[in-house]
Write a protein that binds this ligand. Structure first.
Ligand code: G3P
Ligand code: MG
Length: 254
Protein backbone atom coordinates (compact mmCIF):
# COMPACT_ATOMS: atom_id res chain seq x y z
CA UNK A 1 0.00 0.00 0.00
CA UNK A 2 1.26 3.47 -0.83
CA UNK A 3 1.39 5.82 2.14
CA UNK A 4 1.08 9.46 1.22
CA UNK A 5 3.15 11.90 3.20
CA UNK A 6 1.52 15.16 2.20
CA UNK A 7 0.92 17.59 5.04
CA UNK A 8 -2.56 18.06 6.44
CA UNK A 9 -4.42 21.04 5.12
CA UNK A 10 -7.25 22.06 2.86
CA UNK A 11 -8.51 19.71 0.17
CA UNK A 12 -6.10 19.65 -2.75
CA UNK A 13 -6.99 21.53 -5.91
CA UNK A 14 -7.63 19.47 -9.02
CA UNK A 15 -4.61 18.10 -10.87
CA UNK A 16 -5.61 20.16 -13.90
CA UNK A 17 -6.34 23.86 -13.46
CA UNK A 18 -7.63 25.88 -16.40
CA UNK A 19 -5.26 28.84 -16.72
CA UNK A 20 -7.20 32.11 -17.11
CA UNK A 21 -10.12 29.76 -17.84
CA UNK A 22 -9.96 27.61 -20.95
CA UNK A 23 -7.85 30.28 -22.56
CA UNK A 24 -6.89 28.34 -25.70
CA UNK A 25 -10.51 28.09 -26.76
CA UNK A 26 -12.07 31.27 -25.34
CA UNK A 27 -10.78 34.75 -24.50
CA UNK A 28 -8.70 34.57 -21.32
CA UNK A 29 -10.12 35.73 -17.99
CA UNK A 30 -13.68 36.19 -19.31
CA UNK A 31 -16.87 34.53 -18.15
CA UNK A 32 -16.85 32.68 -21.49
CA UNK A 33 -13.44 31.19 -20.66
CA UNK A 34 -14.64 29.97 -17.26
CA UNK A 35 -17.84 28.51 -18.72
CA UNK A 36 -15.77 26.80 -21.41
CA UNK A 37 -13.44 25.33 -18.78
CA UNK A 38 -16.47 23.88 -17.05
CA UNK A 39 -17.86 22.48 -20.31
CA UNK A 40 -14.51 20.82 -20.99
CA UNK A 41 -14.59 19.06 -17.64
CA UNK A 42 -12.17 21.18 -15.63
CA UNK A 43 -13.03 21.47 -11.94
CA UNK A 44 -10.64 24.33 -11.10
CA UNK A 45 -9.60 27.54 -12.78
CA UNK A 46 -6.87 30.10 -12.23
CA UNK A 47 -7.45 33.78 -12.88
CA UNK A 48 -5.73 37.13 -12.32
CA UNK A 49 -7.10 40.03 -10.29
CA UNK A 50 -6.15 43.69 -10.67
CA UNK A 51 -7.53 46.99 -9.42
CA UNK A 52 -9.21 49.59 -11.62
CA UNK A 53 -8.66 53.33 -11.17
CA UNK A 54 -11.59 53.36 -8.73
CA UNK A 55 -10.18 50.41 -6.80
CA UNK A 56 -12.60 47.79 -8.05
CA UNK A 57 -11.13 44.28 -8.37
CA UNK A 58 -11.50 42.92 -11.90
CA UNK A 59 -10.29 39.77 -13.57
CA UNK A 60 -7.59 40.75 -16.03
CA UNK A 61 -4.01 39.74 -16.75
CA UNK A 62 -2.04 42.57 -18.33
CA UNK A 63 -1.31 45.96 -16.81
CA UNK A 64 -2.47 47.51 -20.10
CA UNK A 65 -5.67 47.14 -22.08
CA UNK A 66 -4.39 46.80 -25.64
CA UNK A 67 -3.74 43.09 -26.00
CA UNK A 68 -7.04 41.71 -24.77
CA UNK A 69 -9.55 44.53 -25.27
CA UNK A 70 -10.40 47.16 -27.87
CA UNK A 71 -9.35 49.87 -25.41
CA UNK A 72 -5.99 51.46 -24.66
CA UNK A 73 -4.06 52.68 -21.66
CA UNK A 74 -3.34 51.26 -18.26
CA UNK A 75 -6.03 49.30 -16.47
CA UNK A 76 -5.02 51.08 -13.26
CA UNK A 77 -5.95 54.41 -14.89
CA UNK A 78 -9.34 53.15 -16.11
CA UNK A 79 -12.45 53.32 -13.93
CA UNK A 80 -14.79 50.35 -13.85
CA UNK A 81 -17.53 52.16 -15.79
CA UNK A 82 -15.14 52.88 -18.68
CA UNK A 83 -13.87 49.33 -18.61
CA UNK A 84 -17.46 48.16 -19.02
CA UNK A 85 -17.56 49.85 -22.44
CA UNK A 86 -14.74 47.70 -23.79
CA UNK A 87 -14.95 44.48 -25.76
CA UNK A 88 -12.77 41.73 -24.28
CA UNK A 89 -13.68 38.94 -26.68
CA UNK A 90 -13.41 40.05 -30.27
CA UNK A 91 -9.58 40.18 -30.26
CA UNK A 92 -9.67 36.43 -29.68
CA UNK A 93 -12.40 35.54 -32.15
CA UNK A 94 -15.32 37.54 -33.56
CA UNK A 95 -17.60 34.81 -32.18
CA UNK A 96 -16.79 36.20 -28.71
CA UNK A 97 -17.60 39.83 -29.52
CA UNK A 98 -19.46 41.44 -26.65
CA UNK A 99 -17.56 39.58 -23.93
CA UNK A 100 -16.64 41.97 -21.12
CA UNK A 101 -13.85 42.30 -18.56
CA UNK A 102 -15.56 40.69 -15.57
CA UNK A 103 -15.49 41.93 -12.03
CA UNK A 104 -14.17 39.64 -9.33
CA UNK A 105 -17.72 39.37 -7.98
CA UNK A 106 -19.05 38.19 -11.34
CA UNK A 107 -16.35 35.56 -11.68
CA UNK A 108 -16.71 34.18 -8.17
CA UNK A 109 -20.51 34.09 -8.49
CA UNK A 110 -20.25 32.13 -11.73
CA UNK A 111 -17.66 29.71 -10.35
CA UNK A 112 -19.71 29.09 -7.22
CA UNK A 113 -22.79 28.47 -9.38
CA UNK A 114 -20.80 25.94 -11.45
CA UNK A 115 -19.35 24.41 -8.29
CA UNK A 116 -15.76 25.02 -9.38
CA UNK A 117 -12.63 25.68 -7.36
CA UNK A 118 -10.42 28.68 -7.94
CA UNK A 119 -6.85 29.89 -7.69
CA UNK A 120 -7.06 33.66 -7.41
CA UNK A 121 -3.81 35.31 -8.44
CA UNK A 122 -3.31 38.79 -6.99
CA UNK A 123 -1.53 41.02 -9.51
CA UNK A 124 -0.54 44.31 -7.92
CA UNK A 125 0.62 47.40 -9.73
CA UNK A 126 3.81 48.71 -8.11
CA UNK A 127 3.00 50.10 -4.70
CA UNK A 128 -0.46 48.51 -4.56
CA UNK A 129 0.64 45.14 -3.20
CA UNK A 130 -1.29 45.41 0.05
CA UNK A 131 -4.29 47.13 -1.53
CA UNK A 132 -4.99 44.56 -4.23
CA UNK A 133 -4.98 41.85 -1.59
CA UNK A 134 -7.05 43.69 0.98
CA UNK A 135 -9.69 44.91 -1.46
CA UNK A 136 -9.99 41.68 -3.47
CA UNK A 137 -10.04 39.35 -0.50
CA UNK A 138 -12.60 41.47 1.31
CA UNK A 139 -14.87 41.11 -1.71
CA UNK A 140 -14.17 37.39 -2.01
CA UNK A 141 -14.76 36.78 1.67
CA UNK A 142 -18.17 38.38 1.39
CA UNK A 143 -19.43 36.08 -1.30
CA UNK A 144 -17.43 32.85 -1.64
CA UNK A 145 -19.54 30.08 -0.09
CA UNK A 146 -18.14 28.48 3.04
CA UNK A 147 -19.15 25.12 1.62
CA UNK A 148 -17.09 25.62 -1.56
CA UNK A 149 -13.45 24.50 -1.78
CA UNK A 150 -11.25 27.14 -0.13
CA UNK A 151 -9.86 29.66 -2.59
CA UNK A 152 -6.16 29.22 -3.25
CA UNK A 153 -4.65 32.71 -3.10
CA UNK A 154 -1.41 33.15 -5.02
CA UNK A 155 0.86 36.02 -5.97
CA UNK A 156 4.36 36.86 -7.11
CA UNK A 157 4.22 39.66 -4.52
CA UNK A 158 5.12 38.52 -0.98
CA UNK A 159 3.47 41.64 0.46
CA UNK A 160 0.14 40.66 -1.11
CA UNK A 161 0.46 37.18 0.36
CA UNK A 162 1.25 38.60 3.79
CA UNK A 163 -2.02 40.52 3.71
CA UNK A 164 -3.82 37.35 2.61
CA UNK A 165 -2.28 35.44 5.51
CA UNK A 166 -3.60 38.00 7.98
CA UNK A 167 -6.99 38.74 6.39
CA UNK A 168 -8.11 35.34 5.14
CA UNK A 169 -6.02 32.78 7.01
CA UNK A 170 -8.65 30.15 6.23
CA UNK A 171 -7.61 30.19 2.59
CA UNK A 172 -4.31 28.58 1.59
CA UNK A 173 -1.59 30.66 -0.03
CA UNK A 174 0.54 29.84 -3.03
CA UNK A 175 3.93 31.49 -3.48
CA UNK A 176 4.34 32.24 -7.17
CA UNK A 177 7.85 32.10 -8.56
CA UNK A 178 9.47 31.84 -11.95
CA UNK A 179 12.40 29.57 -11.18
CA UNK A 180 12.87 27.99 -7.77
CA UNK A 181 15.23 30.71 -6.59
CA UNK A 182 17.61 30.58 -3.64
CA UNK A 183 15.73 31.64 -0.55
CA UNK A 184 12.38 30.32 -1.80
CA UNK A 185 11.78 28.41 1.38
CA UNK A 186 12.23 31.50 3.58
CA UNK A 187 9.79 33.35 1.31
CA UNK A 188 7.27 30.52 1.57
CA UNK A 189 7.64 30.27 5.33
CA UNK A 190 7.23 34.03 5.79
CA UNK A 191 3.72 33.94 4.31
CA UNK A 192 2.87 30.51 5.71
CA UNK A 193 2.43 29.22 2.17
CA UNK A 194 0.68 25.97 1.40
CA UNK A 195 1.97 25.62 -2.13
CA UNK A 196 4.80 26.84 -4.37
CA UNK A 197 3.97 27.61 -7.99
CA UNK A 198 6.79 27.55 -10.54
CA UNK A 199 7.21 28.11 -14.23
CA UNK A 200 7.22 24.54 -15.57
CA UNK A 201 9.93 25.44 -18.07
CA UNK A 202 12.26 26.39 -15.20
CA UNK A 203 11.59 23.47 -12.85
CA UNK A 204 13.43 20.17 -12.76
CA UNK A 205 12.73 16.94 -10.89
CA UNK A 206 15.18 17.85 -8.14
CA UNK A 207 13.49 21.19 -7.56
CA UNK A 208 10.06 19.58 -7.38
CA UNK A 209 11.38 17.07 -4.84
CA UNK A 210 12.96 19.85 -2.78
CA UNK A 211 9.63 21.65 -2.48
CA UNK A 212 7.71 18.47 -1.71
CA UNK A 213 10.28 17.38 0.88
CA UNK A 214 9.87 20.75 2.59
CA UNK A 215 6.17 19.99 3.00
CA UNK A 216 4.65 22.20 0.32
CA UNK A 217 2.46 21.33 -2.61
CA UNK A 218 3.99 21.99 -6.01
CA UNK A 219 2.05 23.60 -8.83
CA UNK A 220 3.33 24.60 -12.25
CA UNK A 221 2.32 26.86 -15.09
CA UNK A 222 1.68 26.82 -18.05
CA UNK A 223 1.72 23.40 -19.69
CA UNK A 224 -0.31 22.58 -22.78
CA UNK A 225 1.55 19.47 -23.94
CA UNK A 226 0.23 16.19 -22.46
CA UNK A 227 3.63 14.47 -22.63
CA UNK A 228 5.25 17.25 -20.66
CA UNK A 229 2.40 17.12 -18.15
CA UNK A 230 2.92 13.39 -17.66
CA UNK A 231 6.60 14.04 -16.82
CA UNK A 232 5.68 16.68 -14.30
CA UNK A 233 3.17 14.42 -12.60
CA UNK A 234 5.86 11.73 -12.46
CA UNK A 235 8.01 14.17 -10.52
CA UNK A 236 5.21 14.55 -7.98
CA UNK A 237 3.83 17.87 -9.16
CA UNK A 238 0.36 18.24 -7.67
CA UNK A 239 -1.44 20.51 -10.12
CA UNK A 240 -0.75 21.82 -13.59
CA UNK A 241 -2.14 25.04 -14.99
CA UNK A 242 -3.00 24.76 -18.64
CA UNK A 243 -4.71 26.75 -21.34
CA UNK A 244 -5.95 23.42 -22.75
CA UNK A 245 -7.63 21.46 -19.97
CA UNK A 246 -9.16 19.18 -22.61
CA UNK A 247 -5.65 18.01 -23.57
CA UNK A 248 -4.50 17.19 -20.03
CA UNK A 249 -7.65 15.94 -18.36
CA UNK A 250 -7.62 12.51 -20.07
CA UNK A 251 -4.21 11.83 -18.49
CA UNK A 252 -4.92 13.27 -15.08
CA UNK A 253 -6.73 10.36 -13.50
CA UNK A 254 -8.89 11.14 -10.51
O1 G3P B 1 -0.65 31.53 -11.64
C1 G3P B 1 0.15 30.96 -12.62
C2 G3P B 1 0.35 31.89 -13.78
O2 G3P B 1 -0.88 32.43 -14.13
C3 G3P B 1 1.33 32.99 -13.46
O3 G3P B 1 1.67 33.75 -14.57
O4 G3P B 1 1.50 35.64 -16.08
O5 G3P B 1 0.08 33.66 -16.48
O6 G3P B 1 -0.39 35.18 -14.57
P1 G3P B 1 0.68 34.59 -15.45
MG1 MG C 1 -2.02 34.16 -13.56
Amino acid sequence: MTVTTMPPGPPAPARVIAHRGASASAPENTLAAFRRAHELGARWVEFDVRLTADDRPVVFHDDRLERTTDGSGALADTPLAALGELDAGEWFDPAFAGELVPTLEEVLDLLAEMDMGANIELKPDPGREADVAAISLEVARGLWPETAPPLLVSSFAPESLAVARDLTPQWPRGLLLGALIDGWSDMAAAVDAWSVHCDAALLNARGAAEVLDAGYRVMVYTVNDPGRAANLWDWGVDSIMTDRPEALLPLAGA
